[in-house]
Design a protein around this ligand. Structure first.
Ligand code: GDP
Length: 140
């Protein structure tokens, strides 16, 4: 297995409830190192661009509203098989279907307000990381 980097967001429902430390503890316990991290308030343009693959979906407007409703924490996570490992630690999109011990099972409010984003492929990870971080901001 290779060392990979993946892109992560702690979403507004997590920052509102002061869950950033608890979620980061889950990443670190799973062997994912936080090699870049910044708290931002996403602009509408940033959220629309980030989720443009979902632009035709009925929940797109709600998703953009949610992601711009409060600060988020954008992150780069590094580790063995980081993309798949992060998806495993996050759990299923809908918290009702998420496995016990996963972030979404423990913390998500519902399908939309589900506490975390994680890249779904190595290719998308590189694209998403580049949207929010300059190479020199990532210290592995
Ligand atoms: P993910 O990769 O597990 O985050 O899931 P997707 O790529 O399918 O969806 C992206 C994000 O859109 C999810 O994490 C949710 O925040 C949101 N989302 C997905 N499906 C729904 C839905 O049916 N309703 C609402 N409100 N939000 C949704």
């Amino acid at each position: 297995m290779a060392i990979e980097r993946t892109f992560s967001i702690l979403k507004p429902d997590a920052t509102r409830r002061n869950l950033t430390g608890a979620i980061n503890a889950k990443f670190e316990a799973a062997g994912l190192r936080i090699v870049a991290q910044r708290r931002i308030h996403m602009t509408r343009a940033q959220a629309e661009k980030f989720y443009e693959v979902h632009a035709a979906r009925p929940f797109y407007g709600e998703l953009v509203e949610f992601m711009t409703s409060a600060p988020v924490v954008v992150q780069v996570l590094e580790g063995e098989n980081a993309v798949a490992k992060n998806r495993e630690v996050m759990g299923a999109t809908n918290p009702e279907n998420a496995a016990p011990g996963t972030i979404r099972k423990e913390f998500a409010v519902n399908m939309g307000e589900n506490s975390v984003h994680g890249s779904d492929s190595l290719e998308n990870a590189a694209i998403e990381i580049a949207q929010f971080f300059k190479p020199e901001e990532i210290v592995g």
